[in-house]
Design a protein around this ligand. Structure first.
Ligand code: AMP
Length: 166
């Protein structure tokens, strides 16, 4: 029986193991830079296309009907601000305009949806490694992972939380 030796070159050379389209999901906080660095490194290693998505959660979804006022002006301002932040962020990564997506909705499902529609083979998200109640409540990374039909790379961000003393 022959011996099969796997090297990075063998893996990168095979279609099965190579990524062609990477969907980077950013919340546009400071941590996004660290997540983007990993996505960029992945894109370079695989000579893959890098795409960037930011999802704006509609205020009506976040607050329901709890605020008795017209939120459309505030929502419009949030949209304009997010649009310029996303463009600035993506341009720094040299991601062209037609690979930048600004979407309204729930982050988890919209990230999955845009990744699927653009035929991304991996989604890159940040992950806070939560514990306790926060873990039970879930996170965007968890939400994306459950239901994504491609690979998901979770990049650890933020301070690692110390487990509480017994
Ligand atoms: P969170 O679980 O909300 O702390 O977010 C962790 C990661 O999920 C972020 O680093 C992003 O990769 C992704 N993410 C969260 N919110 C959004 C958003 N509104 N749009 C795109 N990606 C997001």
């Amino acid at each position: 029986m022959g011996l099969c030796v796997w090297s990075p070159q063998t893996l990168l050379g095979s279609n099965m193991a190579s990524y062609q389209r990477i969907m980077l999901a950013v919340d546009l906080t400071e941590e996004s830079t660290h997540v983007a660095e990993r996505a960029l490194a992945l894109a370079k290693a695989f000579d893959a296309e890098l795409h960037v998505v930011h999802v704006i959660e509609p205020l009506s979804l976040a607050y329901g009907g709890d605020i008795p006022m017209d939120l459309s002006t505030v929502q419009e301002q949030i949209h304009e601000q997010a649009k310029s932040h996303l463009a600035e962020f993506a341009n720094r990564l040299q991601v062209p305009d037609d690979r930048q997506y600004l979407i309204f909705g729930r982050p988890e499902s919209e990230i999955q949806r845009v990744a699927e529609s653009k035929e991304a083979d991996v989604i890159v998200v940040g992950s806070h490694g939560r514990h306790g109640l926060a873990l039970l409540l879930g996170s965007t990374a968890n939400g994306v992972l459950h239901g994504a039909n491609c690979d998901v790379v979770a990049v650890r961000v933020g301070e690692p939380e110390k487990p509480s003393e017994p």
